[in-house]
Structure formats: structure tokens, C-alpha cells
Design a protein around this ligand. Structure first.
Ligand SMILES: *[C@@H]1O[C@H](CO)[C@@H](O)[C@H](O)[C@H]1NC(C)=O
Ligand SMILES: *[C@@H]1O[C@H](CO)[C@@H](O)[C@H](O)[C@H]1NC(C)=O
Ligand SMILES: [Cu+2]
Length: 204
């Protein structure tokens, strides 16, 4: 009875938990999250930072500090760039970036890794990675295929302006467990550096 077991697992606070990006470092809980999303949301994420997004809107609704204009719970779980400035990655177009995901409790479903424009809240270009089925099957992390936990993305070209400033774009890993009907999100902050101009490529 896989489905009922995992449904039960979701209800036991001690084993709540699902996944996040471990490497590069993903957005953590911090003061900016408390200020923009409120203590209830911050505490919910603190108690299990791998847990699902659907638990957060009810927590926010009971908190007068929650400011929907600054805290989009459906983008990076509301986690804020200001809390992750120490971990900004600098990437160039074409760079291959290894990603490591921690899947604490699997729930089979769909997933993708995309660059999101944080002001517009829209995906920039095509998703860099898509699993249209069969993501995170099984009952424990060891059941999950290795290439769903460790993979790499290639930094697209053409983002030198849009994503030049860290915080304007984010790399978001997004996973939806179709049976559990739960969404997981984890975000890496980065800035795109223009490729180095090759000096003296041409000599007269
Ligand atoms: C998530 O929580 C674990 C366990 O408390 C902690 O070791 C890790 O640093 C946290 N990661 C993030 C991105 O918040
Ligand atoms: C990809 O992720 C976004 C969230 O960033 C989600 O809204 C969308 O449905 C996902 N698309 C696919 C094809 O998985
Ligand atoms: Cu669950």
C-alpha cells in the first residue's frame, strides 16, 4: 500500500519532508523571509526545509506580517534573495553546472529545473531539465534513480542582460508529486557574467 503509506508519512511531523537542492547552496530561511512572509511561514520552513509549498499559504493567512506583494509562496517557497547573498553563483553561457538534490521522501511525479524571472514570475526560455513522468518514485531516497538526484544543467546564452544582477533571476527546481498532490521548490541564486572578450585574438 504505497500510496497510503506515503500519505501517512506526510501527516507525521517528525518525518515530514521531501526535498531541496543541496548543491549549489539553495535559499535558506533568514531575516528577510521573516520580514516579508512572517514568522509562521519562517517557522514552518525551519521545522522542515524540504516540505511542500501547499502547507505555507494557510500558515501565512494566519499571520499579519505576511506581505503578498513581497512574498510569493509559489516562487522558491517565498524564500528571499536577501537571505542568500552569500551564496550567489557566477555563471557564463555554456557553462555546465552540476546540481545535487536531496530527496528526503519520494513522491512519484513530474519535475523541472528552470530559470525564473523573479520580477515577472515567468520561466525564462525553455526549462533546462524536464521529467514529464516518473520523477522520484519509491519509498525512500535510495529508490530514486541517481540521475534524478545528481544531474547537470547547461547555462543558456542570451541571459547576459536579463540575469546580470543576482536576484533578478533564479534557478528553480520544481517537483510535483502527482499522487500526494504536493509541490516542492528550491532555488539557487546566480548572476550571468558576459563571456570574456578574447584580447589580441587578431594580430595585424
Ligand atoms: C535544511 O535543513 C537542514 C537540516 O536542518 C540543514 O542542514 C540545511 O543547511 C538546510 N538547508 C537549507 C538550504 O536551508
Ligand atoms: C515547470 O515548473 C513550473 C514552476 O517553475 C511549473 O509551473 C510548470 O508546470 C512546470 N512545467 C513542467 C513541464 O513540468
Ligand atoms: Cu508527502
Amino acid at each position: 500500500m504505497h500510496i497510503s503509506t506515503s500519505a501517512l508519512l506526510c501527516l507525521i511531523p517528525a518525518v515530514l519532508g521531501h526535498g531541496l537542492i543541496q548543491s549549489p547552496p539553495s535559499r535558506p530561511v533568514g531575516n528577510a523571509l521573516v520580514a516579508d512572509c512572517g514568522t509562521n511561514v519562517a517557522n514552518a520552513i525551519k521545522s522542515d526545509n524540504t516540505s511542500y509549498v501547499e502547507a505555507l499559504p494557510p500558515a501565512a493567512a494566519r499571520d499579519s506580517a505576511y506581505d503578498a506583494s513581497k512574498c510569493n509562496l509559489w516562487l522558491c517557497k517565498g524564500l528571499q534573495f536577501a537571505d542568500n547573498t552569500a551564496n550567489v553563483q557566477t555563471w557564463t553561457a555554456g557553462q555546465v553546472v552540476p546540481i545535487k538534490v536531496w530527496i528526503r521522501i519520494p513522491h512519484e511525479g513530474i519535475a523541472n529545473v528552470s530559470i525564473v524571472d523573479t520580477k515577472m514570475n515567468t520561466i525564462v526560455g525553455e526549462p533546462l531539465k524536464v521529467w514529464s513522468k516518473g520523477y522520484a518514485p519509491g519509498r525512500s531516497e535510495k529508490d530514486v534513480p541517481a540521475d534524478q538526484k545528481e544531474f547537470s544543467i547547461t547555462v543558456p546564452s542570451g541571459l547576459e542582460e536579463k540575469c546580470a544582477v543576482a536576484g533578478d533571476c533564479v534557478l528553480q527546481w520544481w517537483w510535483f508529486g502527482t499522487g500526494a498532490r504536493q509541490t516542492y521548490e528550491s532555488c539557487v541564486d546566480f548572476a550571468i557574467k558576459a563571456p570574456e572578450v578574447k584580447e589580441r585574438a587578431f594580430r595585424a
